[in-house]
Design a protein around this ligand. Sequence first.
Ligand code: UDP
Length: 426
Amino acid sequence: MLQAVNVGHKALADYATIATRGLMDEIRRLAEPLAGKRVAHVSATAFGGGVAEINYTLVPLMQSAGLETDWLIIKGADEFFNVTKTIHNALQGNPQGLDAEQQEIYRKYNELNAKDFVDEYDFVIIHDAQPAAMIEQFPTSRAHWIWRCHIDLSTPNDQVLDFLLPSLQRYGATIFHRRDYVPANAEVAASAFIWPPAIDPLAPKNMALSAEDAAYIVDQFGIDVTRPLLTQVSRFDPWKDPLGVIDAYRLVKEEHPGVQLALVGSMAHDDPEGWDFYNQTVSYASGDPDIYILSNLNNVGSVEVNAFQVHSAAVIQKSIREGFGLTVSEALWKARPTVAGRAGGIVDQITHGETGWLVASSSECAEACMLALGDPELARRLALAGKEHVRRRFLTPRLLRDWLALFNRMLGLETEGVELATAAAA
Ligand code: UDP
C-alpha cells in the first residue's frame, strides 16, 4: 500500500463566508451525483512545495463534498528523486536530458509504486511527472485517470517530454495551469483542460493575522520590526532565483540602508538538490546580518510564513520559471505589495502596475521594491487591487468547482452550466 496522508478535516460550509452564493450552489449541485465516488490523489511528497499546499485543502474539501478521497505518496530513494528533479528541470527548459540508466530508474520506481497501488478508485489524479508512468501498469483500469501538471511546460526539453509522452497520452484528461503549457502533441492536447490552482484563505497560512501579531512572530526570528523587510518564500531552487533576490536587496540597500531581507524556504523531501542550493544561497549572503535565511528547520511553519508575508514591506517572488506561484496569490491575498518575475503563471496573477510589479532582472526587482518602499500609497492601491483579483480567481472554492465539473464531464453527466476551458478552445 502507498502511504496515505492524514489531511485532517475541513468543512465546505465554512467557505460560504468567502465564496459567492452562486459558486457554493454550483459546488453543491456538481457534488450531488458524485456522492460516494472514490478519488485517489497520488503525488511525490506531502511536504514542501505547491502540490502539498494545494492537496492539504483540496483533499479534505473533496471529502466534505461527499467523495471518498485519499491522498497517497509514492516511495522513492535518492536515485529516483535525482532523476525526477532532472525531469522537473528539463520540463521547465533545462537542456540536460535523461540517459538510458536514468530512464530505467524512473520506470523501475513507477513500476514498484504501481504494485503498491490498489486500483479500486473511480478517479485517479496523478500529480506532476514523478508518478506519471504508473498508469502504464493499469491498461484495463476502470478508473478515470487524470494527470495534473503543476509546472511551467512552456519551453520543455523535448527529449524528456518525448520520453514521458507515451504515458501522458494514456490519461483520460490532463490539466495545465495555462494554455501555453499544453504539449504540442495532438492526443494530449485533445484531453487537456486549463485551470489555475488556488490558495486556501481559511488555512493557517492565509487566515487573517493582525499586523501586531505578525510583527510579534517575525520579531522572534531576530528581525528588527521597526525597519522595512523584504521577503521571498520559496523552495531553494535555481528557478526561484534566491541569488537574484539577494542582488536586488543589495541594490535596494544602497538607497534604504535599513532594509532587511528574509529568504524563507522549506526543504521538500523529493528535492535532493535543495540542500546544495541552500548552502550556495547562504554563502552568497556572505554573513550579511540583515539577511535572514530560514526554513522549516528553524520552525518556520504555515503561521510563520503567514506572519512574514503580512509583515513585509514588499513580498518578492523573483522566479525565472514558475508553474503558477502560489506565493504570489498568498502575498496579494494579504494585500501586500508584490514584486515577481515575469514568468509562467505569475503573469496571470500580476498585471504590471495594476496589481503589483513584474520584473525580468535583479535591477528591475530592486527598482520595484524601492517604489513600494518609497510610495506606500501607490503600493497599497496595487496590493488591494491584487487582493480583489485573487478573491475572484484564485481561491479554493473555484478550484473545487472545476474539479467537480471535470468529474461529472468524465462520467458523461451534465456540468450544470459550468464551462471548463479546454486546450482546443484556444
Ligand atoms: N512554502 C512554505 N514554506 C517555505 C517555502 C514554501 O510554506 O519555506 C509554501 C508556500 O507558502 C507556497 C508553497 O510552499 O504555499 C509553494 O508553492 P509555489 O506554487 O509558490 O511553488 P512550488 O514550490 O510549487 O514550485
